[in-house]
Design a protein around this ligand. Structure first.
Ligand code: DX5
Ligand code: ZN
Length: 218
């Protein structure tokens, strides 16, 4: 099973984003996780389309950009994020946009589609959308909005989604986890069936990023 590491640049040194991207690319990270917050869907505001466009000038072709939209009406912005250089677009099931229409809009671009669920949203709510058009389910292991929070164990939910996907022939479904992932929590989510790990503060605070990535992948 592939276990991809997606580095959340919310915890990067934003004044030195170019060197941070280079560091990510030199240290075996597979994806760059780009958290977009609108101050309405979550109680924080991060960065958006202009920053993503600029990022593409330094991101190499081996590193995919994993956009996590924590915004109220993601459907409105799918085209803009695709044009700005996203490779994967994940939106929240709890947002105001119609999930089926949003998945359709994403798959009509060059991007692959993901649905994210907050800690309080049951696994079953995502089941109706698991099919060939959905590449990824993102299980939040913190309440979305901030980096550096403590991990909430969502193993039961991850297992339910993995079992449902396998039973229905979607064995390639990616299950991503986001929030409080480090060398201690990674084994818990991997055992439950997650295969894409987002990590922000753990990676950027590590003295040696390559070692930290290695521990997440081990
Ligand atoms: C939280 C974001 C996360 C966050 C993860 O709302 O979606 O991607 O940056 O940060 P850590 O790994 O520090 O919990
Ligand atoms: Zn995120």
């Amino acid at each position: 099973m592939t276990r991809l590491v997606s580095a959340s640049i919310l915890s990067a040194d934003l004044l030195n984003l170019e060197s941070e991207i280079k560091k990510i690319q030199e240290n075996n990270v597979d994806m760059i996780h780009f958290d977009v917050m609108d101050g309405v869907f979550v109680p924080n505001i991060s960065y958006g389309i202009p920053v993503l466009q600029q990022l593409n000038r330094v991101v190499d072709k081996y590193t995919e950009i994993d956009v996590h939209l924590m915004i109220t009406d993601p459907l409105k912005y799918i085209e803009a994020f695709d044009k700005a250089g996203a490779d994967h677009i994940t939106f929240h099931l709890e947002s105001a946009s119609n999930p089926a229409e949003t998945i359709k809009a994403i798959t009509q671009t060059e991007c692959t589609a993901g649905i994210a669920i907050k800690p309080g949203t049951p696994a079953e709510e995502v089941f109706p959308y698991i099919d060939d058009n959905l590449t990824m389910v993102l299980v939040m292991t913190v309440e979305p909005g901030f980096g550096g929070q403590s991990f909430m164990d969502m193993s039961g939910k991850i297992q339910k989604i993995r079992n449902y996907a396998n039973e229905h022939g979607f064995n390639n479904l990616l299950i991503e986890v986001d929030g409080g992932i480090d060398d201690k929590t990674a084994p818990i989510v991997k055992n439950a069936g997650a295969n894409v790990l987002v990590s922000g503060s753990y990676l950027f605070q590590a003295e040696n990023m390559a070692d930290a990535v290695g521990k997440l992948k081990a």
